[in-house]
Design a protein around this ligand. Structure first.
Ligand SMILES: NC(=O)c1ccc[n+]([C@@H]2O[C@H](COP(=O)([O-])OP(=O)(O)OC[C@H]3O[C@@H](n4cnc5c(N)ncnc54)[C@H](OP(=O)(O)O)[C@@H]3O)[C@@H](O)[C@H]2O)c1
Length: 323
């Protein structure tokens, strides 16, 4: 066989391999975001109760409300008592489901979990949504610019990371005993690709991603689904309630689409728009480019400009009010 013939065969195999890979990806996407609309898993089969952390606003509140709409009773876990009572009442009125509330601050570390365990005793918990999370700055910032770094580092690690395995430790044994259960862990797109200027946040989210994937591999044979959800931008307090458009989802729209993907994918961007953004970004902004000093400087300057504009707008609004 000549070298040319060999190159043709290798080229042919490569093309077929990539075509098969593309077809498989398209099928998975179709199943995850189109078929899932028609063919939804009945989440009530997991158990009577769902537990949602960080449930008083944004994505957590939207998950709690959507789970109640789908027939589950909900335990809301968050830090503000007033907001907890308000959201609980809203869910009971709107969906006629039972609620319970647990007021804790996840930045307090390991000492809060015995109190949570006591409050969850006796409930048949079928679903756990590990949603609670926080950032340390409202704009892209260098690590040394983190305000009150000594405290903030521990708080973020406790809230974004420690809460996930600790809540899982409390709830998973019951699921394993019953041979069914669903754990949804909210990571982020920056928990899949490293994001400079959000270094600590990005690192806490890759922890969530890996923990979810490993746990799913360990417990899927025992009837437990562990799903990792890695969204892009969702309009919430965390993102300063940015306007909703074809790139930015509303929290309720996101939770509804993301819950449809359960049983169709153990790792998801949560919605079609975010999955397409993820694909586009992987091609257009490879990790080596994200990590380049030039891009980091550009991003920092952009962040400074938008922060300055925001301060100006807030000042304008304030002076208008005073007039
Ligand atoms: N929004 C996005 O674009 C986006 C993108 C990717 C990933 N995520 C992830 O999605 C999750 C939810 O984010 P979100 O945008 O919905 O945030 P959010 O609107 O700021 O809501 C966060 C929720 O968590 C609660 N919470 C915050 N710190 C807490 C603490 N120390 N102890 C107890 N509860 C606490 C908040 O309670 P209070 O109401 O009392 O503050 C609130 O209910 C986070 O894990 C975030 O990393 C968000």
């Amino acid at each position: 066989m000549s070298v040319t013939e060999m190159l043709v065969i290798v080229g042919g195999f490569t093309v077929v391999f990539h075509l098969l890979k593309l077809t498989w990806r398209c099928w998975c996407g179709f199943r995850e975001f189109v078929l899932s609309e028609l063919w939804q898993v009945d989440l009530r089969t997991c158990g009577q109760w769902a537990v949602v952390t960080g449930a008083t606003s944004g994505i957590g509140k939207a998950y709690a409300s959507e789970l109640a709409r789908r027939g589950l009773d909900v335990v809301l876990v968050s830090r503000s008592g007033d907001k907890l009572q308000m959201v609980a009442k809203e869910i009971e009125d709107q969906h006629g489901r039972r609620t319970r509330t647990i007021q804790v601050d996840f930045t307090d570390g390991h000492r809060i979990y015995s109190a949570i365990a006591k409050k969850l005793q006796g409930l048949e918990i079928g679903i756990l949504v590990n949603n609670v999370g926080m950032t340390y700055s409202d704009h892209f910032a260098y690590f040394l610019e983190v305000p009150d770094a000594e405290q903030k580092i521990t708080q973020i690690v406790n809230c974004n990371m420690l809460s996930v395995p600790q809540m899982t430790r409390l709830i998973l044994p019951g699921m394993v005993k019953r041979g069914t259960g669903l754990i949804i862990n909210i990571s982020s797109e920056v928990g899949v690709h490293p994001q400079p200027l959000l270094s600590l946040y990005s690192a806490t989210k890759i922890f969530v991603t890996y923990f979810s994937q490993c746990l799913h591999a360990e417990y899927k044979s025992k009837g437990i689904i562990v799903q990792c959800v890695a969204p892009f931008m969702v309009s919430t307090n965390m993102t300063k309630n940015i306007a909703v458009n074809c790139f930015v989802k509303s929290a309720s729209g996101f939770a509804c689409e993301a819950l449809n993907t359960v049983g169709h994918s153990s790792y998801t961007s949560g919605c079609l728009s975010h999955a397409l953004q993820n694909m586009a970004l992987t091609i257009l902004l490879p990790d080596w480019l994200r990590m380049s000093s030039v891009l980091i400087r550009k991003l920092r300057n952009l962040a400074k400009v938008s922060q300055y504009e925001r301060v100006c707008m807030e000042k304008e609004k304030f002076s208008e009010k005073e007039e």
